[in-house]
Design a protein around this ligand. Structure first.
Ligand code: GAR
Length: 197
């Protein structure tokens, strides 16, 4: 079985990243994490990656004059590690069309809503405000429009009476942890089964 070399991009806590690393420790999981990159030097997830024996690297966006210069540095690190698929896991920077095109059909993201509902931020508050009976999370291919790419897999949770954005976020996060490894495995299979270019 082909195991695709996985790069994970984070900005903070990294609980989804941790679930991907846990899943990847199974020998038949179709991805092998080779690097975790953070745009924030103080991201908790960098330590978690190191504890799992995966290289964690900070590329602080604030050190670069332009978005493109930051992304070139990220891209160089990914290429140097032979990355074949990128999973964004709580990576909170919007990517430029240059980077998105470079990794087209090889980059996925997890988003805390049932896309196409609620792209962008404050997804849980918006679901509660709208009176939705259910919320959830989506894993999708990354395209130039923010949170607009094709959905790979979704998971649903109920919105309960009295939910706050925080209680709903906790319930959705548990669903994310279950969803992301499954959706990453599916994306790897899709990539591996594509005819070689
Ligand atoms: C997750 O809920 C993820 O869906 C969300 O940030 C959180 C990161 O948590 N991502 C976005 O909102 C992307 N637009 P984590 O660092 O513990 O995985």
């Amino acid at each position: 079985m082909t195991r695709l070399r996985l790069g994970i991009l984070i900005s903070g806590r990294g609980s989804n990243m941790q679930r991907l690393l846990d899943a990847s420790s199974e020998p038949d999981f179709p991805a092998k994490p080779v690097i975790v990159l953070s745009n924030r030097i103080d991201a908790e997830g960098l330590e978690t990656a190191k504890a799992h024996g995966v290289e964690g690297m900070a590329v602080p966006h604030a050190n670069f004059e332009t978005r493109e210069a930051f992304e070139h540095a990220v891209d160089t690190a990914l290429q140097a590690h032979g990355v074949e698929i990128i999973a964004l896991a709580g990576f909170m920077r919007v990517l430029t069309p240059w980077f998105v095109r470079r990794w087209q059909s090889r980059m996925i993201n997890i988003h805390p809503s049932l896309l196409p509902k609620y792209p962008g931020l404050k997804t849980h508050a918006r679901a509660i405000e709208a009176g939705d009976a259910e919320a959830g999370c989506s894993v999708h291919w990354v395209t130039e429009g923010v949170d607009e790419g094709g959905v790979i897999e979704q998971a649903r949770v109920p919105v309960k009476a009295g939910d706050t954005p925080e209680t709903l976020a906790d319930r959705v996060l548990l669903a994310e942890h279950e969803l992301y490894p499954r959706a990453l495995a599916k994306a790897c299979r899709i990539i591996s089964e594509r005819p070689a270019r």
